[in-house]
Design a protein around this ligand. Structure first.
Ligand SMILES: NC(=O)C1=CN([C@@H]2O[C@H](COP(=O)(O)OP(=O)(O)OC[C@H]3O[C@@H](n4cnc5c(N)ncnc54)[C@H](O)[C@@H]3O)[C@@H](O)[C@H]2O)C=CC1
Ligand SMILES: O=C(O)C(=O)CO
Length: 319
């Protein structure tokens, strides 16, 4: 009998067909209130699941007694409880590496857009407000030659640091769970305490995973330690930041601006105060969202899933 797979985010056609050739596949383009009951029913018989962007509670997984592997089309695994996976002996696979460069590009676009007020001023032109040569009120701040502070210097943090150092002559400060000798050697990056990083950086960029330890680790105290001229960049996970404190810091001009790809609640509610602030560039969680990268992520997630179900070595296990 074929093993059963539940797909809970639309995959490219050829990958769906590849799964269908080997497994009994139930497809959901995405899970919503309309099909949640059918999804939970399908979980009851699933040996493998693959998808993204769905918080997978332990109660949901309790309803999947035959499950062997969950394969997420993401590098972040915060939609899953890793302890639960260990206790049940389940495999959790993810897609590190293939999205590193695309996500670093997005982060750099946030750095540039926030510093040079690209979105605000593009809207100014579109609204027909460009009536004469612009003045000081529209100036931004330099990026090149400034100090970038990275909290989280792993794959993506390293790729951001490379762009900053080689492309923009920036000085790199970082804080990480452990020192990153390669970044120190090749980019002249300096490991500093979080407080020192906050005090000295012109751009503070979070690039670490959301875990029970990092949830809400960045709040009023941290914004208060930053320079008033500093720009805050977050494309890691919104829940690492106390969003109320971020909004206050931006409204009070405790910091200069923010470039954000991730939020406490996604999609960001249309009435969020963040959307009323001209010193905020907000993106809809597009870190890895290019055609090429999303394809590579889906392909890797399928490779992971198939290996797990065949009893072979899974290339990228997070738990
Ligand atoms: N906006 C988006 O679309 C995307 C967001 N992400 C997010 O970026 C995160 C990082 O991805 P990678 O760089 O591939 O992971 P990684 O594991 O290579 O790097 C994370 C780094 O954070 C450090 N870290 C963990 N806890 C820390 C703490 N408390 N203080 C300081 N450093 C700490 C680790 O030592 C590690 O070096 C993902 O977990 C995901 O949440 C990833 C891809 C796209
Ligand atoms: O991979 C991730 O963790 C994302 O956030 C989306 O690419």
């Amino acid at each position: 009998m074929k093993q059963r797979v539940v797909v809970y985010k639309k995959l490219p056609e050829h990958l769906t067909e590849q799964l269908q050739a080997e497994f009994d596949v139930t497809l959901f383009d995405r899970v919503n209130d309309g099909n949640r009951a059918a999804f939970l029913e399908a979980l009851k018989h699933a040996h493998g699941i693959i998808g993204a962007s769905l918080p997978m509670t332990n109660a949901m997984l309790d309803g999947a007694p035959e499950l062997k592997i969950a394969s997420t089309v993401s590098v972040g695994v915060d939609n899953f409880d890793l302890e639960y996976f260990k206790k049940r002996g389940l495999m959790l696979a993810h897609t590190p590496g293939v999205l590193t460069e695309a996500t670093a590009d997005t982060i750099f676009s946030l750095i540039l857009a926030s510093a040079r007020r690209v979105v605000e001023l593009a809207e100014f032109v579109k609204a027909g407000n460009w009536k004469g040569s612009i003045g000081e009120a529209q100036y931004g701040v330099n990026v090149h030659g400034k100090t970038l502070g990275l909290i989280g210097m792993g794959r993506i943090g390293g790729a951001v640091a490379r762009r900053a150092h080689h492309g923009f002559g920036m000085k790199i400060l970082y804080n990480n769970t452990r020192p990153n000798p390669e970044a120190e050697r090749e980019l002249g990056a300096t490991f500093v305490s979080k407080d020192e990083l906050l005090a000295q950086s012109d751009f503070v960029c979070l690039m670490l995973p959301l875990t029970p330890e990092t949830e809400k680790m960045f709040g009023a105290r941290e914004f208060g330690l930053m320079k008033r001229s500093a720009i805050f960049i977050n494309a890691s996970r919104g829940r690492i930041v106390d969003e109320v404190a971020l909004i206050a810091a931006l409204q009070d001009k405790t910091i200069y601006a923010a470039g954000l790809d991730v939020f406490e609640v996604e999609p960001l509610p249309a009435d969020s105060p963040l959307l009323k602030l001209s010193n905020v560039v907000a993106l809809p969680h597009i870190g890895s969202a290019t055609h090429e990268t999303r394809m590579a992520m889906a392909e890797l997630a399928v490779v992971n899933l198939i290996a797990g179900l065949r009893g072979e070595k899974v290339p990228h296990l997070a738990a």
